[in-house]
Design a protein around this ligand. Structure first.
Ligand SMILES: Nc1ncnc2c1ncn2[C@@H]1O[C@H](COP(=O)(O)OP(=O)(O)OP(=O)(O)O)[C@@H](O)[C@H]1O
Ligand SMILES: [Mg+2]
Length: 235
């Protein structure tokens, strides 16, 4: 069986209402895939189903050859499939150091120094409460905390939410570095089409719960007009 994440025919939703319909996608080790799509397309629902926070209605999810469709969130994160949620999963009353301590308990102690080298702006802030950090610093903490867990595949929901483009552009290379050096696969949900496609290897476009496009990021970028038009598709 193949390494990485493989989603086949995933349908998911809430209270019996289907909002993601037969979606299939793959993330190979070291590969950066971006998932694009308008508000309400079903991007977050897809991620929540993959990590076991929402029970899929149909389909299968395989991770490193293992069927994880019915596993719970803790078991899935222990296997190395980690989600940075759009809420960033940060506790405002805990300090930066305390966040890392919690994450290190699940991961690799030696890795912490390496992570702080990558997010050097967090070093002087180790004793600050997370609620007092700027939006960009909070996102660095969310990413750093996830990377300490040495994920095999990292999924990030709307990394750029509320952040200045310059800050997002400074975070992208850190993710790329982890993909290249550690062979980490990345599934990045983004609203900014062009920025995401310039960064990713491959893209999938979701609208109204269905995958409308997928292909190499360069191809989607070259057909940007069609990609944008698919955002407006009603069927
Ligand atoms: N807890 C919930 N209960 C009922 N419906 C929900 C729930 N969460 C999301 N939905 C609905 O499911 C659909 C898909 O939502 P989802 O959050 O997956 O979209 P999204 O692509 O992540 O959008 P955005 O870009 O705004 O984050 C939407 O119509 C939304 O209203
Ligand atoms: Mg969302």
């Amino acid at each position: 069986m193949s390494a990485g994440l493989s989603v086949r025919g995933l349908s998911a939703g809430y209270n019996g209402l289907v909002v993601v319909r037969e979606a299939s996608l793959d993330v190979a080790p070291g590969e950066v895939v971006t998932m694009l799509g308008p508000n309400g397309a079903g991007k977050t629902t897809t991620l929540l189903s993959i990590v076991g926070a929402l029970r899929p209605m149909a389909g299968s999810i395989t991770f490193d050859g293992e069927d994880i469709t019915k596993k719970g969130t803790d078991a899935i994160s222990r296997l190395g499939l980690v989600l940075v949620p759009d809420s960033r999963g940060i506790f405002f009353d805990l300090t930066v150091k305390e966040h890392f301590r919690l994450a290190v308990a699940k991961g690799d102690k030696d890795g912490l120094d390496a992570i702080l080298d990558r997010f050097s702006a967090l070093r002087p802030l180790l004793n600050r409460r997370a609620g007092l950090l700027s939006g960009g610093e909070q996102q660095m903490l969310a990413l750093g905390k996830a990377l300490v867990m040495k994920p095999k595949v990292l999924m990030i929901d709307e990394m750029s939410l509320g952040l200045a483009p310059l800050i997002v552009q400074s975070l992208m290379p850190i993710i790329r570095q982890a993909a290249e050096e550690d062979g980490m696969g990345v599934l990045l949900v983004e609203q900014h089409i062009e920025m995401a496609l310039r960064f990713a290897d491959r893209g999938v476009v979701l609208n109204r719960g269905e995958i409308r496009f997928e292909g190499p990021a360069s191809e989607l970028l070259a057909n940007r007009d069609e990609v944008e038009a698919s955002y407006l598709a009603r069927t």
